[in-house]
Design a protein around this ligand. Structure first.
Ligand code: ADP
Ligand code: MG
Length: 250
């Protein structure tokens, strides 16, 4: 589903990703962990066409990100074509960034109606089913300000799912939540994993990584320090930098 080969990304003179190699398989829950500033969000943004890489190659769902191959020539995608690709990727951020003037169900319906030109009736039916799935059917008519952080984040997940993505990216989805609300969001993510959704999850929740993760990569300073089965890496980290990080978050 995702393959990175020596992916480099710089902002001006600052090199943030210094050659990332990794592979995310279909139906996999892929956990990306590492200290703040190591380039995790930047990497997700590259996958989601929000940043252009400066070197290496990055594929999503079999296609080179940002390009289209015709014969043996590569063409850079136009903005409209990039927008089409992005529809297949759902993203959930640390901050729930729901539209504040829309109810939960309106938030979930927004993209299908505006972007995919779905009828309001069918978008609403689908949105209600998604709210049901994240356990919030009874909050459909509530505005974000009337919901807890955990509920808002579950609406944000439903909203991302509304576009029927092939891949879900989670960027520290529980980091801004009060501790007692973390579990309800992780439960929804666990449910998605059980249904076979391919997910890349940036998280400090090592319990989730251990129980739900199929693969784990530890990043530091723009490089992959170590990777493997989450249970193995978390129980038996091989690198000092991984150990130092884990001793802080575990
Ligand atoms: P992480 O998500 O692992 O905390 P980020 O990907 O957010 O790390 O950031 C990695 C580094 O890239 C940081 O040093 C950050 O300051 C820098 N960075 C991120 N985005 C930009 C940007 N748009 N312009 C300049 N520097 C950036
Ligand atoms: Mg980040």
């Amino acid at each position: 589903m995702v393959k990175a080969e020596a992916v480099h990304k710089s902002y001006g003179p600052v090199e943030v990703l210094k050659g990332i190699d990794l592979e995310v398989k279909q139906n996999e829950v892929f956990c990306l962990v590492g200290p703040s500033g190591s380039g995790k969000s930047t990497f997700l943004r590259c996958i989601n066409h929000l940043e252009k890489i400066n070197g290496g190659r990055l594929w999503v769902d079999g296609d080179l990100v940002g390009y289209q191959q015709r014969g043996d020539k590569l063409y850079e995608l136009k903005d409209r074509e990039v927008a089409l690709k992005r529809r297949d990727i759902g993203m959930v951020f640390q901050r729930f960034n729901l539209f504040p003037h829309m109810t939960a169900v309106e938030n979930v319906m927004e993209a299908p109606v505006q972007v995919r030109r779905e009828s309001k009736a069918s978008a609403k039916e689908h949105a209600m089913a998604l709210l049901e799935r994240v356990g919030l059917a009874e909050k459909a008519g509530s505005y974000p300000s009337q919901l807890s952080g955990g509920q808002q984040q579950r609406v944000a997940i439903a909203r991302a799912l509304a576009m029927k993505p092939k891949l879900m990216l989670f960027d520290e989805p529980t980091s801004a939540l009060d501790p007692e609300l973390v579990g309800e969001v992780l439960d929804v993510m666990r449910g998605l994993a059980e249904e076979g959704m391919t997910m890349i999850v940036v998280t400090h929740e090592m319990g989730f990584a251990r129980e739900v993760g199929d693969a784990l990569v530890f990043m530091d300073g723009g490089v992959v320090v170590e990777s493997g089965n989450p249970r193995e890496v978390l129980t038996n980290p091989r690198h000092e930098r991984t150990r130092a990080f884990l001793s802080k978050v575990l």
